[in-house]
Design a protein around this ligand. Structure first.
Ligand code: ZN
Length: 296
């Protein structure tokens, strides 16, 4: 079921590449043995039959009357990737983008440069959105271009070469501060830890706001155990501090973490045994998003 989020004069539209990626708990969170009585070990968070965590791979359009941003870009189509679920995918991302009626965007924003956040901006090493700035924190790009970043990329395949360097070589990579304003309704929020230049994106509309929380949290189990960072976090302790801070400060605001199961957006609730997550129905609209109809 297609859906989007209504913030009044701004719409946040997910482009979902994979709505049910299953991963072994211990592969993602070293040593984790889920408490099967926990809320995070039930649907939609956990596939009981497979004994695996459920993740979504998605990116977001931030649409207003005079501006369209893309935040992150999934795995992308036709890429050589080590993980079977990411290898040589069909072009679900572009099909969904075109279905909105949009043909161009004003800017791309990367929360960080992991393989599941950058792929759809190139096809055959050519930028999909020529001339358009692609914002990233400079430290993030420097890290993945370094020897340490290159070593970390051995598990995934060299996605920097086919998905990020073509953007840089076209002069479209634009370095920004981790708290930069990146659009009329969007600003970055520093969140280094998962990766060195990791950020969230705060989106404000006339009828609500959401924090695109990126990969500061990947799964509900981290609300029960905020100290739990992933195997793929570059600085796990720093990632845990950032996550704890976001959860503590969330209040009644809506978080939209990239990999939470659909519809992914919700509010943090504090309970006796830690935090819970209540999916936000107030901002949620079901059905496909069409930009022209939304404007009219
Ligand atoms: Zn991710």
């Amino acid at each position: 079921m297609a859906h989007w989020f209504d913030l009044g004069d701004v719409a946040v539209v997910p482009l979902i590449e994979d709505d049910r990626l299953l991963i072994e708990p211990g592969e993602f969170f070293p040593g984790l043995e889920p408490d099967l009585a926990g809320w995070y070990a039930q649907e939609p968070w956990f596939d009981r039959a497979a004994g695996k965590l459920v993740f979504v791979i998605q990116s977001f359009l931030v649409c207003s009357a005079d501006e369209v941003l893309v935040v992150d870009a999934c795995v992308g189509a036709g890429k050589d990737r080590r993980r079977a679920e990411f290898d040589q995918l069909p072009d679900r991302w572009m099909q969904q983008f075109l279905a909105t009626g949009l043909r161009e965007v004003d800017a791309v924003v990367f929360t960080h440069l992991h393989t599941d956040h950058v792929g759809a901006v190139t096809v055959q090493r050519e930028p999909v959105f020529p001339e358009v700035p692609h914002f990233v924190v400079e430290e993030e790009f420097r890290y993945w271009s370094s020897a340490a970043g290159g070593a970390a990329m051995r598990r995934t395949g060299d996605y920097l070469a086919d998905s990020v360097l073509p953007i840089e070589q076209a002069g479209q990579l634009s370095f920004v501060a981790p708290d930069a304003v990146v659009g009329k309704h969007a600003e970055l929020v520093p969140a280094a830890g998962h990766t060195p230049g990791n950020v969230c994106v705060r989106v404000r509309g006339s009828a609500g706001s959401v924090l695109l929380a990126g990969d500061t949290m990947h799964h509900g189990v981290q609300l029960r155990h905020p100290e739990l960072s992933t195997r793929y976090c570059v600085a796990p302790e720093q990632a845990a501090e950032v996550r704890s801070r976001i959860l503590a400060e969330a209040g009644d605001s809506v978080l939209l973490p990239t990999h939470f199961p659909a519809p992914s957006a919700g509010r943090v609730r504090r309970g006796r045994t830690g935090y819970g997550f209540e999916f936000a129905s107030d901002l949620l609209r079901t059905g496909p998003f069409r930009y022209g109809e939304w404007l009219a």
